[in-house]
Design a protein. Structure first.
Length: 354
């Protein structure tokens, strides 16, 4: 994530607090990570359509009495998911799925406040180094957009479908992971600035862009697998139901790569090893620059992620393992962002010496 402006250390040098800003951004990144995990639970428990309205303010409170619970349940009973899949669900079962969707939305509100209020405080105290305000405002805007994307995703499942659109789900998840990477990248820039006010922000290198594209494809297909319930397409590995390539693919042109659960599952499980190669190259380059910890972090993240992916398949989508798979996927993104930043710092330093 390249800088939007070159921070000059000559402005407000006495009041800037880059280290405090970095700590705050990493704390927000931790909340975003938690949001991704809760989002995974929400998806895996089929809870995402339990709240059929978007009330940014009053929706922060759950139903507080039986009449309010019954009202929410009655709204849920009007949508196709209830009528075609969950008909006969008890109120107690509804409360369970409602809780996860409510928790997911509440965490989104908390993240918004945890970012906006400290940002305003740092701005008033003139604690933001020159050049970083546009980037922080861009992250704030992305956070607001993410809330809108979330509701856009939910609306896709309220009328004609029994589930949310897997395409909109992918946009929602990938935006969250992009925000996570952006928070980490900016925090690392600020930590470098705290050590040397003349340090330039890290730049995106060609290798980082390449790794980012490979990782984006893997995450995209992972989101489609989740949205299409394609994890259930096979519970064997490395083959799929006795074959290397699944025989159940319903070919319908290019849309097959987006909409067919067997093909998306197949691509997701094998593109993972393309991503592994890309991440190994990234980590080796970072280690060559003297940063062994980031190499360990990247290897650990993708190693655990591969094992979890296989375990999820073999256990027929065990929910605990599936949630861990999404959680470690976010850690893969975080460690990759760290590695890309290491390369970007070196390029920025080289540019400064030239």
């Amino acid at each position: 994530m390249a800088s939007l402006a070159h921070p000059s250390h000559s402005v407000a040098a006495g009041t800037a607090r880059p280290r405090a800003l970095a700590a705050w951004l990493l704390a927000v990144a931790t909340l975003v990570f938690a949001m991704v995990v809760v989002g995974g639970i929400t998806r895996l428990t089929e809870s995402g359509l339990s709240i059929t309205e978007w009330k940014p303010i009053t929706g922060a409170l759950p139903p507080l009495n039986e009449a309010a619970w019954q009202s929410e349940f009655d709204k849920y009973r009007q949508i196709p998911e209830y009528q075609l899949i969950n008909k006969g669900m008890s109120l107690e079962d509804f409360k369970f799925i409602y809780f996860w969707e409510w928790a997911h939305r509440l965490l989104g509100r908390i993240i918004g406040l945890a970012f906006a209020l400290p940002l305003a405080w740092f701005a008033v105290r003139r604690a933001i180094p020159a050049g970083y305000t546009p980037r922080l405002l861009a992250l704030l805007a992305l956070g607001g957009l993410q809330g809108t994307i979330g509701w856009w995703m939910v609306t896709s499942g309220l009328s004609e479908r029994t589930d949310v659109s897997h395409i909109r789900l992918a946009v929602h998840l990938l935006t969250a992971l992009f925000i996570l990477a952006g928070l980490i990248w900016t925090a690392l820039d600020l930590l470098a600035h705290s050590k040397n006010p003349a340090a330039r922000p890290a730049r995106l290198t060609a290798l980082a862009v390449g790794v980012g594209i490979v990782l984006f494809i893997q995450l995209l297909f992972g989101a489609w697998v989740a949205g299409l319930n394609a994890g259930y397409a096979a519970n064997t590995w490395p083959g799929m139901n006795g074959r290397f390539f699944p025989e159940n693919v319903s070919w319908a042109g290019l849309s097959t790569f987006v909409n067919d659960p067997f093909l998306t599952h197949f691509i997701h499980r094998w593109w993972a090893f393309v991503a592994v190669v890309a991440l190994v190259v990234l980590s080796r380059r970072a280690r060559a620059l003297g940063n062994r910890p980031v190499s360990i972090a990247i290897h650990s993240a993708f190693g655990v992620q591969i094992l979890l992916g296989i375990a999820v398949v073999l256990t027929g989508m065990n929910i605990t393992l599936a949630v861990l798979h999404q959680a470690v996927g976010a850690l893969v993104v975080a460690s990759a962002a760290w590695g890309m930043h290491v390369l970007g710092r070196e390029q920025s330093a080289a540019g400064a010496r030239a």
